[in-house]
Design a protein around this ligand. Sequence first.
Ligand code: HEM
Length: 408
Amino acid sequence: MSDRKLRLGEELISPLHSLYDGLQVDGSPRPAHLAPTHPVWVVTRYRDAKTVLSHPGVRRNAQEAAKLYTRRTGMNCPQTGASLSQHMLNADAPEHTTMRDLVSHAFTANQIKKLEPYIEQVTEELLDTVATQEKADLMADFAVPLTIAVIFELLGIPEAERNHARLSWERQSQLLPVSEANALANEQADYIKKLLEAKRAHPADDVFTGLVQAADEMKQLTESQLVSMAHLMMMSGFETTMNMIGNAIVTLLCNPEQLSLLRNQPELLPGALEEIVRYDSPVRASMLRFTVEDVDLGDVTIPAGEYVLVSNLTANHDADRFDNPDSLDLTRNASGHLGYGYGEHQCIGASLARLESRIAIGRLLRRFPNLALAVPHNELQWLPITFLRALMSVPVLPGQPELAQAPH
Ligand code: HEM
Protein backbone atom coordinates (compact mmCIF):
# COMPACT_ATOMS: atom_id res chain seq x y z
CA MET A 1 0.00 0.00 0.00
CA SER A 2 1.29 3.46 -0.88
CA ASP A 3 1.53 6.02 1.92
CA ARG A 4 1.03 9.01 -0.37
CA LYS A 5 -1.27 11.67 1.12
CA LEU A 6 -3.51 13.94 -0.91
CA ARG A 7 -1.86 17.21 -1.84
CA LEU A 8 -3.48 20.20 -3.54
CA GLY A 9 -0.71 22.65 -4.36
CA GLU A 10 1.17 23.41 -1.13
CA GLU A 11 -1.72 22.12 0.92
CA LEU A 12 -1.85 18.61 2.35
CA ILE A 13 -5.55 17.97 2.68
CA SER A 14 -7.68 15.31 4.20
CA PRO A 15 -9.64 13.71 1.36
CA LEU A 16 -12.62 13.15 3.63
CA HIS A 17 -12.34 15.87 6.22
CA SER A 18 -10.56 15.52 9.57
CA LEU A 19 -12.20 12.19 10.45
CA TYR A 20 -9.91 10.66 7.88
CA ASP A 21 -6.68 12.47 8.46
CA GLY A 22 -4.66 9.29 8.11
CA LEU A 23 -6.28 8.25 4.87
CA GLN A 24 -3.93 7.36 2.06
CA VAL A 25 -4.39 7.80 -1.65
CA ASP A 26 -4.02 4.73 -3.92
CA GLY A 27 -4.42 2.36 -0.94
CA SER A 28 -6.64 -0.71 -0.96
CA PRO A 29 -10.09 -0.30 0.66
CA ARG A 30 -10.02 -0.45 4.41
CA PRO A 31 -12.43 -0.07 7.31
CA ALA A 32 -12.74 3.30 9.04
CA HIS A 33 -15.35 4.97 11.26
CA LEU A 34 -17.82 7.60 10.08
CA ALA A 35 -19.05 7.80 13.70
CA PRO A 36 -18.15 5.58 16.68
CA THR A 37 -21.16 3.34 15.91
CA HIS A 38 -20.69 3.46 12.17
CA PRO A 39 -17.88 1.38 10.66
CA VAL A 40 -17.53 1.84 6.89
CA TRP A 41 -15.17 0.58 4.19
CA VAL A 42 -13.42 3.52 2.60
CA VAL A 43 -12.58 3.13 -1.10
CA THR A 44 -9.88 5.43 -2.46
CA ARG A 45 -8.44 3.85 -5.64
CA TYR A 46 -9.88 4.86 -9.00
CA ARG A 47 -10.47 1.33 -10.27
CA ASP A 48 -12.14 0.23 -7.01
CA ALA A 49 -14.32 3.35 -7.01
CA LYS A 50 -15.65 2.49 -10.48
CA THR A 51 -16.24 -1.13 -9.54
CA VAL A 52 -18.13 -0.24 -6.37
CA LEU A 53 -20.22 2.53 -7.98
CA SER A 54 -21.43 0.19 -10.75
CA HIS A 55 -21.60 -3.12 -8.82
CA PRO A 56 -25.07 -4.77 -8.69
CA GLY A 57 -24.34 -5.94 -5.14
CA VAL A 58 -23.78 -2.37 -3.90
CA ARG A 59 -26.98 -0.46 -3.06
CA ARG A 60 -28.34 2.93 -1.99
CA ASN A 61 -31.91 2.06 -0.94
CA ALA A 62 -32.54 4.17 2.18
CA GLN A 63 -35.02 1.82 3.89
CA GLU A 64 -32.68 -1.17 3.52
CA ALA A 65 -29.73 0.92 4.72
CA ALA A 66 -31.71 1.84 7.88
CA LYS A 67 -32.51 -1.85 8.52
CA LEU A 68 -28.82 -2.71 8.20
CA TYR A 69 -28.00 0.02 10.71
CA THR A 70 -30.48 -1.44 13.22
CA ARG A 71 -29.14 -4.98 12.70
CA ARG A 72 -25.59 -3.82 13.29
CA THR A 73 -26.05 -1.41 16.16
CA GLY A 74 -29.28 -2.56 17.83
CA MET A 75 -30.47 1.06 17.57
CA ASN A 76 -32.97 2.82 15.32
CA CYS A 77 -31.31 4.65 12.45
CA PRO A 78 -31.51 8.44 13.06
CA GLN A 79 -33.84 9.87 10.39
CA THR A 80 -33.39 13.47 9.36
CA GLY A 81 -35.61 15.15 6.78
CA ALA A 82 -37.55 11.91 6.13
CA SER A 83 -40.38 13.81 4.38
CA LEU A 84 -37.97 14.80 1.60
CA SER A 85 -35.76 11.74 1.32
CA GLN A 86 -37.71 9.35 -0.90
CA HIS A 87 -36.01 10.37 -4.12
CA MET A 88 -33.94 8.61 -6.76
CA LEU A 89 -30.57 9.18 -5.11
CA ASN A 90 -31.86 7.04 -2.22
CA ALA A 91 -33.28 4.30 -4.48
CA ASP A 92 -32.01 1.34 -6.50
CA ALA A 93 -33.24 0.01 -9.86
CA PRO A 94 -36.00 -0.48 -10.90
CA GLU A 95 -37.50 2.37 -8.74
CA HIS A 96 -34.42 4.48 -9.43
CA THR A 97 -34.79 4.06 -13.20
CA THR A 98 -38.49 4.95 -13.10
CA MET A 99 -37.82 8.15 -11.17
CA ARG A 100 -34.78 9.16 -13.23
CA ASP A 101 -36.76 8.70 -16.48
CA LEU A 102 -39.26 11.30 -15.26
CA VAL A 103 -36.70 14.10 -15.39
CA SER A 104 -33.72 12.98 -17.47
CA HIS A 105 -35.06 14.50 -20.74
CA ALA A 106 -35.02 17.96 -19.10
CA PHE A 107 -31.28 17.76 -18.41
CA THR A 108 -29.90 16.82 -21.83
CA ALA A 109 -27.23 19.13 -23.25
CA ASN A 110 -29.72 20.39 -25.88
CA GLN A 111 -32.39 21.29 -23.34
CA ILE A 112 -29.88 22.95 -21.07
CA LYS A 113 -28.45 25.04 -23.93
CA LYS A 114 -31.75 26.97 -24.04
CA LEU A 115 -30.83 28.43 -20.65
CA GLU A 116 -27.62 29.98 -21.95
CA PRO A 117 -28.97 33.55 -22.50
CA TYR A 118 -30.52 33.57 -19.03
CA ILE A 119 -27.29 32.36 -17.37
CA GLU A 120 -25.31 35.01 -19.26
CA GLN A 121 -27.71 37.77 -18.25
CA VAL A 122 -27.69 36.87 -14.53
CA THR A 123 -23.91 36.43 -14.58
CA GLU A 124 -23.34 39.89 -16.06
CA GLU A 125 -25.79 41.52 -13.64
CA LEU A 126 -24.03 39.97 -10.65
CA LEU A 127 -20.61 40.92 -11.99
CA ASP A 128 -21.83 44.50 -12.50
CA THR A 129 -22.41 44.65 -8.75
CA VAL A 130 -19.06 42.98 -7.96
CA ALA A 131 -17.40 45.64 -10.14
CA THR A 132 -18.66 48.40 -7.83
CA GLN A 133 -17.02 46.81 -4.78
CA GLU A 134 -13.49 47.22 -3.52
CA LYS A 135 -13.70 43.83 -1.85
CA ALA A 136 -16.24 41.13 -2.69
CA ASP A 137 -17.19 37.67 -1.52
CA LEU A 138 -17.56 35.62 -4.68
CA MET A 139 -19.63 32.98 -2.88
CA ALA A 140 -22.30 35.30 -1.40
CA ASP A 141 -22.12 37.90 -4.18
CA PHE A 142 -21.77 35.61 -7.18
CA ALA A 143 -21.72 31.79 -7.00
CA VAL A 144 -24.69 31.36 -4.62
CA PRO A 145 -27.16 33.84 -6.23
CA LEU A 146 -26.19 32.72 -9.76
CA THR A 147 -26.66 29.00 -9.21
CA ILE A 148 -29.90 29.45 -7.26
CA ALA A 149 -31.37 31.81 -9.89
CA VAL A 150 -30.54 29.36 -12.68
CA ILE A 151 -31.96 26.21 -11.09
CA PHE A 152 -35.11 28.06 -9.93
CA GLU A 153 -35.64 29.35 -13.48
CA LEU A 154 -35.22 25.87 -14.95
CA LEU A 155 -37.51 24.18 -12.44
CA GLY A 156 -40.16 26.90 -12.61
CA ILE A 157 -40.19 28.46 -9.13
CA PRO A 158 -42.42 31.57 -9.50
CA GLU A 159 -40.47 34.86 -9.35
CA ALA A 160 -42.42 36.16 -6.36
CA GLU A 161 -41.52 33.08 -4.30
CA ARG A 162 -37.84 32.85 -5.19
CA ASN A 163 -36.49 34.89 -2.34
CA HIS A 164 -38.38 32.96 0.29
CA ALA A 165 -37.50 29.59 -1.30
CA ARG A 166 -33.87 30.62 -1.61
CA LEU A 167 -33.57 31.48 2.10
CA SER A 168 -35.23 28.22 3.02
CA TRP A 169 -33.03 26.00 0.77
CA GLU A 170 -29.90 27.88 1.75
CA ARG A 171 -30.65 26.92 5.38
CA GLN A 172 -30.83 23.31 4.24
CA SER A 173 -27.10 23.37 3.44
CA GLN A 174 -26.28 24.37 7.03
CA LEU A 175 -25.60 21.83 9.75
CA LEU A 176 -28.84 22.08 11.77
CA PRO A 177 -29.84 20.19 14.92
CA VAL A 178 -32.10 17.19 14.06
CA SER A 179 -35.35 18.79 15.36
CA GLU A 180 -34.74 21.99 13.36
CA ALA A 181 -33.76 20.01 10.25
CA ASN A 182 -37.00 17.99 10.48
CA ALA A 183 -39.13 21.10 10.98
CA LEU A 184 -37.45 22.73 7.98
CA ALA A 185 -37.98 19.59 5.84
CA ASN A 186 -41.71 19.51 6.73
CA GLU A 187 -42.06 23.19 5.88
CA GLN A 188 -40.29 22.65 2.53
CA ALA A 189 -42.41 19.57 1.77
CA ASP A 190 -45.60 21.66 2.34
CA TYR A 191 -44.25 24.38 0.07
CA ILE A 192 -43.41 21.88 -2.70
CA LYS A 193 -46.84 20.20 -2.46
CA LYS A 194 -48.57 23.55 -3.01
CA LEU A 195 -46.20 24.45 -5.82
CA LEU A 196 -46.77 21.15 -7.65
CA GLU A 197 -50.53 21.56 -7.19
CA ALA A 198 -50.25 24.98 -8.86
CA LYS A 199 -48.27 23.41 -11.76
CA ARG A 200 -51.05 20.85 -12.21
CA ALA A 201 -53.67 23.60 -12.35
CA HIS A 202 -51.61 26.00 -14.49
CA PRO A 203 -49.07 24.05 -16.57
CA ALA A 204 -46.00 25.99 -17.75
CA ASP A 205 -42.88 25.23 -19.79
CA ASP A 206 -40.69 24.14 -16.88
CA VAL A 207 -39.23 21.02 -15.26
CA PHE A 208 -41.70 20.85 -12.35
CA THR A 209 -44.71 20.93 -14.70
CA GLY A 210 -43.08 18.13 -16.72
CA LEU A 211 -42.39 16.16 -13.54
CA VAL A 212 -45.98 16.43 -12.27
CA GLN A 213 -47.49 15.55 -15.65
CA ALA A 214 -45.19 12.55 -16.18
CA ALA A 215 -45.81 11.30 -12.63
CA ASP A 216 -49.61 11.68 -13.00
CA GLU A 217 -49.52 9.78 -16.28
CA MET A 218 -47.39 6.99 -14.86
CA LYS A 219 -49.36 6.63 -11.60
CA GLN A 220 -46.47 4.80 -9.93
CA LEU A 221 -45.09 7.45 -7.61
CA THR A 222 -46.38 8.20 -4.11
CA GLU A 223 -46.88 11.86 -3.25
CA SER A 224 -43.92 11.63 -0.91
CA GLN A 225 -41.67 10.37 -3.73
CA LEU A 226 -42.84 13.14 -6.06
CA VAL A 227 -42.20 15.83 -3.44
CA SER A 228 -38.81 14.33 -2.58
CA MET A 229 -37.82 14.28 -6.26
CA ALA A 230 -38.70 17.97 -6.59
CA HIS A 231 -36.66 18.71 -3.49
CA LEU A 232 -33.65 16.74 -4.83
CA MET A 233 -33.71 18.85 -8.00
CA MET A 234 -33.78 22.11 -6.04
CA MET A 235 -31.04 21.12 -3.63
CA SER A 236 -28.60 19.34 -5.90
CA GLY A 237 -29.16 21.95 -8.59
CA PHE A 238 -27.24 24.65 -6.78
CA GLU A 239 -25.32 23.26 -3.83
CA THR A 240 -22.61 21.47 -5.77
CA THR A 241 -22.36 23.95 -8.63
CA MET A 242 -21.90 26.93 -6.33
CA ASN A 243 -19.10 25.08 -4.52
CA MET A 244 -17.51 24.10 -7.80
CA ILE A 245 -17.45 27.74 -8.92
CA GLY A 246 -15.95 28.82 -5.56
CA ASN A 247 -13.31 26.06 -5.67
CA ALA A 248 -12.50 26.85 -9.30
CA ILE A 249 -11.86 30.55 -8.56
CA VAL A 250 -9.57 29.70 -5.65
CA THR A 251 -7.78 26.95 -7.57
CA LEU A 252 -7.04 29.34 -10.42
CA LEU A 253 -5.93 32.22 -8.20
CA CYS A 254 -3.59 29.88 -6.33
CA ASN A 255 -2.04 28.59 -9.56
CA PRO A 256 -1.01 31.84 -11.32
CA GLU A 257 0.88 30.17 -14.17
CA GLN A 258 -2.11 28.03 -15.05
CA LEU A 259 -4.39 31.04 -14.71
CA SER A 260 -2.35 33.10 -17.11
CA LEU A 261 -2.29 30.19 -19.57
CA LEU A 262 -6.08 30.18 -19.43
CA ARG A 263 -6.30 33.96 -19.76
CA ASN A 264 -4.13 33.76 -22.88
CA GLN A 265 -5.97 30.78 -24.34
CA PRO A 266 -9.64 31.09 -23.28
CA GLU A 267 -10.52 28.24 -25.66
CA LEU A 268 -8.98 25.92 -23.04
CA LEU A 269 -11.85 26.73 -20.62
CA PRO A 270 -14.17 23.68 -21.08
CA GLY A 271 -11.28 21.21 -20.65
CA ALA A 272 -9.79 23.33 -17.84
CA LEU A 273 -13.04 23.09 -15.89
CA GLU A 274 -13.00 19.28 -16.19
CA GLU A 275 -9.46 19.32 -14.81
CA ILE A 276 -10.53 21.58 -11.96
CA VAL A 277 -13.40 19.22 -11.05
CA ARG A 278 -10.90 16.33 -11.13
CA TYR A 279 -8.31 18.22 -9.09
CA ASP A 280 -10.62 19.71 -6.43
CA SER A 281 -13.98 17.93 -6.72
CA PRO A 282 -16.70 19.74 -4.76
CA VAL A 283 -18.15 16.27 -4.03
CA ARG A 284 -15.39 14.64 -1.99
CA ALA A 285 -17.28 11.39 -1.57
CA SER A 286 -20.28 9.62 -3.06
CA MET A 287 -23.30 9.04 -0.84
CA LEU A 288 -22.93 6.15 1.57
CA ARG A 289 -23.71 2.75 0.05
CA PHE A 290 -23.96 -0.80 1.43
CA THR A 291 -23.16 -4.28 0.12
CA VAL A 292 -25.75 -7.05 -0.27
CA GLU A 293 -23.16 -9.55 -1.53
CA ASP A 294 -19.39 -10.00 -1.26
CA VAL A 295 -17.66 -7.46 -3.52
CA ASP A 296 -14.35 -8.72 -4.90
CA LEU A 297 -11.82 -5.96 -5.57
CA GLY A 298 -8.85 -8.19 -6.37
CA ASP A 299 -6.61 -7.86 -3.33
CA VAL A 300 -9.53 -7.20 -0.96
CA THR A 301 -13.09 -8.49 -0.68
CA ILE A 302 -15.67 -6.32 1.03
CA PRO A 303 -18.11 -8.74 2.68
CA ALA A 304 -21.91 -8.54 2.28
CA GLY A 305 -23.70 -6.36 4.86
CA GLU A 306 -21.06 -3.61 5.09
CA TYR A 307 -21.29 0.14 4.51
CA VAL A 308 -19.03 1.52 1.76
CA LEU A 309 -17.86 5.09 1.22
CA VAL A 310 -16.23 5.95 -2.11
CA SER A 311 -13.88 8.93 -2.05
CA ASN A 312 -14.28 10.52 -5.49
CA LEU A 313 -11.63 13.13 -4.66
CA THR A 314 -8.97 10.55 -3.84
CA ALA A 315 -9.91 8.38 -6.82
CA ASN A 316 -9.37 11.47 -8.98
CA HIS A 317 -5.84 11.71 -7.55
CA ASP A 318 -4.93 8.06 -8.18
CA ALA A 319 -1.52 7.94 -9.87
CA ASP A 320 -2.48 4.69 -11.63
CA ARG A 321 -5.13 6.62 -13.57
CA PHE A 322 -3.85 10.21 -13.87
CA ASP A 323 -0.18 11.11 -14.43
CA ASN A 324 1.22 13.46 -11.85
CA PRO A 325 -2.25 13.62 -10.26
CA ASP A 326 -1.57 16.23 -7.57
CA SER A 327 -0.65 18.93 -10.03
CA LEU A 328 -3.16 21.10 -11.81
CA ASP A 329 -2.66 20.90 -15.57
CA LEU A 330 -5.34 22.77 -17.50
CA THR A 331 -4.19 21.19 -20.77
CA ARG A 332 -4.66 17.64 -19.41
CA ASN A 333 -7.37 15.38 -20.82
CA ALA A 334 -9.20 14.85 -17.53
CA SER A 335 -12.13 12.93 -19.03
CA GLY A 336 -13.04 9.84 -17.08
CA HIS A 337 -12.67 11.68 -13.75
CA LEU A 338 -15.24 10.78 -11.11
CA GLY A 339 -16.17 14.33 -10.05
CA TYR A 340 -19.67 13.83 -11.47
CA GLY A 341 -19.90 10.28 -10.13
CA TYR A 342 -20.17 7.00 -12.01
CA GLY A 343 -22.76 4.28 -12.61
CA GLU A 344 -26.53 4.60 -12.43
CA HIS A 345 -26.47 7.58 -10.02
CA GLN A 346 -23.98 9.55 -12.15
CA CYS A 347 -24.86 13.24 -12.02
CA ILE A 348 -27.96 14.09 -14.04
CA GLY A 349 -27.12 17.81 -13.93
CA ALA A 350 -23.58 17.62 -15.34
CA SER A 351 -24.50 19.46 -18.58
CA LEU A 352 -26.03 22.29 -16.58
CA ALA A 353 -23.05 22.44 -14.20
CA ARG A 354 -20.66 22.56 -17.16
CA LEU A 355 -22.55 25.34 -18.94
CA GLU A 356 -23.02 27.41 -15.81
CA SER A 357 -19.40 27.13 -14.68
CA ARG A 358 -18.12 27.87 -18.19
CA ILE A 359 -20.13 31.10 -18.36
CA ALA A 360 -19.44 32.07 -14.73
CA ILE A 361 -15.67 31.53 -14.78
CA GLY A 362 -15.21 32.74 -18.37
CA ARG A 363 -17.04 36.03 -17.76
CA LEU A 364 -15.43 36.58 -14.36
CA LEU A 365 -11.91 36.23 -15.75
CA ARG A 366 -12.66 38.49 -18.67
CA ARG A 367 -14.25 41.23 -16.59
CA PHE A 368 -11.53 41.22 -13.91
CA PRO A 369 -8.00 40.90 -15.33
CA ASN A 370 -6.44 41.75 -11.94
CA LEU A 371 -8.66 39.60 -9.72
CA ALA A 372 -6.82 38.52 -6.54
CA LEU A 373 -7.59 36.76 -3.28
CA ALA A 374 -8.15 39.25 -0.45
CA VAL A 375 -6.73 36.88 2.20
CA PRO A 376 -3.84 34.42 2.17
CA HIS A 377 -4.87 31.01 0.87
CA ASN A 378 -4.40 29.32 4.25
CA GLU A 379 -6.95 31.66 5.84
CA LEU A 380 -9.79 30.50 3.60
CA GLN A 381 -12.50 28.74 5.62
CA TRP A 382 -13.83 25.36 4.46
CA LEU A 383 -17.12 23.91 5.70
CA PRO A 384 -16.60 20.98 8.08
CA ILE A 385 -18.61 18.52 5.98
CA THR A 386 -17.39 15.04 5.04
CA PHE A 387 -19.13 14.78 1.68
CA LEU A 388 -18.51 18.25 0.26
CA ARG A 389 -15.40 20.33 -0.26
CA ALA A 390 -17.02 23.71 0.14
CA LEU A 391 -15.74 27.19 0.93
CA MET A 392 -17.62 29.39 3.38
CA SER A 393 -16.56 32.48 1.44
CA VAL A 394 -14.21 33.55 -1.34
CA PRO A 395 -12.98 37.05 -0.40
CA VAL A 396 -11.43 38.80 -3.40
CA LEU A 397 -10.16 42.15 -4.57
CA PRO A 398 -11.82 42.48 -7.98
CA GLY A 399 -9.43 45.17 -9.20
CA GLN A 400 -10.17 47.53 -12.07
CA PRO A 401 -12.83 45.86 -14.27
CA GLU A 402 -12.76 45.63 -18.06
CA LEU A 403 -15.88 46.96 -19.74
CA ALA A 404 -18.42 44.17 -20.43
CA GLN A 405 -17.84 42.82 -23.96
CA ALA A 406 -19.52 40.41 -26.28
CA PRO A 407 -18.56 36.78 -25.56
CA HIS A 408 -15.72 35.08 -27.48
C1 HEM B 1 -20.25 20.93 -10.44
C2 HEM B 1 -21.48 20.60 -10.09
C3 HEM B 1 -21.90 19.22 -9.72
C4 HEM B 1 -21.17 18.16 -9.25
C5 HEM B 1 -19.67 18.10 -8.97
C6 HEM B 1 -22.10 17.06 -9.07
C7 HEM B 1 -21.72 15.81 -8.63
C8 HEM B 1 -22.58 14.73 -8.50
C9 HEM B 1 -22.16 13.40 -8.08
C10 HEM B 1 -20.76 12.99 -7.71
C11 HEM B 1 -23.27 12.62 -8.08
C12 HEM B 1 -23.34 11.13 -7.73
C13 HEM B 1 -23.62 10.94 -6.25
C14 HEM B 1 -23.53 9.47 -5.85
O1 HEM B 1 -23.42 8.59 -6.71
O2 HEM B 1 -23.57 9.19 -4.63
C15 HEM B 1 -24.40 13.45 -8.49
C16 HEM B 1 -25.69 13.01 -8.61
C17 HEM B 1 -26.74 13.85 -8.89
N1 HEM B 1 -26.67 15.18 -9.29
FE1 HEM B 1 -25.01 16.30 -9.45
N2 HEM B 1 -23.35 17.47 -9.41
C18 HEM B 1 -23.29 18.78 -9.83
C19 HEM B 1 -24.31 19.56 -10.30
C20 HEM B 1 -25.62 19.15 -10.40
C21 HEM B 1 -26.71 19.96 -10.92
C22 HEM B 1 -26.59 21.36 -11.52
C23 HEM B 1 -27.84 19.22 -10.80
C24 HEM B 1 -29.20 19.70 -11.27
C25 HEM B 1 -30.35 19.28 -10.86
C26 HEM B 1 -27.47 17.93 -10.20
C27 HEM B 1 -28.33 16.89 -9.90
C28 HEM B 1 -27.95 15.64 -9.48
C29 HEM B 1 -28.90 14.56 -9.20
C30 HEM B 1 -30.41 14.67 -9.28
C31 HEM B 1 -28.14 13.44 -8.83
C32 HEM B 1 -28.66 12.05 -8.48
C33 HEM B 1 -28.75 11.20 -9.72
C34 HEM B 1 -29.27 9.80 -9.47
O3 HEM B 1 -29.48 9.40 -8.31
O4 HEM B 1 -29.51 9.11 -10.47
N3 HEM B 1 -26.12 17.93 -9.98
N4 HEM B 1 -23.95 14.73 -8.74
